[in-house]
Design a protein around this ligand. Structure first.
Ligand code: NI
Length: 191
């Protein structure tokens, strides 16, 4: 296991679609070691998730885990989840405003509209099929991570660039307003 370097916005690997993992090769140390490193790097950086492209590995693999995350204290818990070759289906037209950040976009947050209810299909790290429904902030986190695998960053989805904010200025000027959104999303999608 190793903590890897995290690619920063501007590096071309963050803009290239990742390759599908051959599931019959997923058990190989090449992929299992990559997944171990992804988890270790995500936890070291206090990420809510991390995509393989962010550690310079162009494969469709991402990790998600939320457990009282210091970067996103309002996010409901998500047990450690590894998604291999994930696909997302939108299950509603309803969206919510998610104030996102990213370990590959230093010190910037901004509002992205995310689908409030999705289905995620794909495989876990053992190659077992996954078919799960996610809502609210958890759905938002999944969409952010899967976007990485298609070469998309959250800033691409920021419709109003005036919402872009450094983290300290988010705390100072935008957090209170966003906490109202947080309560509304939790009441509707996390009960
Ligand atoms: Ni990210």
């Amino acid at each position: 296991m190793a903590i890897r370097k995290i690619a920063q916005i501007g590096h071309p690997i963050l803009r290239e679609p990742a390759s599908e993992v051959p599931i019959d090769q997923l058990a190989l140390p090449k992929f299992q070691g990559l997944i171990d490193d992804l988890i270790e790097t995500m936890r070291d950086a206090s990420g809510a998730g991390l995509a393989a492209t962010q550690i310079y590995e162009p494969w469709q693999i991402c990790a998600v885990e939320v457990n009282e995350n210091p970067r996103y204290p309002y996010k409901p818990k998500i047990p450690l989840t590894i998604l291999v070759n994930p696909r997302i289906e939108r299950l509603t037209d309803e969206t919510f405003d998610n104030y996102e950040g990213c370990l590959s976009v230093p010190n910037i947050r901004g509002i992205v509209k995310r689908c409030a209810k999705i289905r995620v299909t794909g495989f876990d790290r053992k190659g077992e099929p996954i078919d799960r429904i996610y809502q609210g902030f958890t759905a938002g986190t999944m969409q952010h991570e899967v976007d990485h695998l298609w070469g998309r960053l959250f800033v691409d989805g920021v419709e109003d660039p005036r919402t872009l904010s450094a983290w300290t200025e988010f705390e100072r000027y935008h957090k209170d307003a966003f906490m109202k959104t947080v309560e509304a999303v939790k009441a509707k999608w996390h009960t």
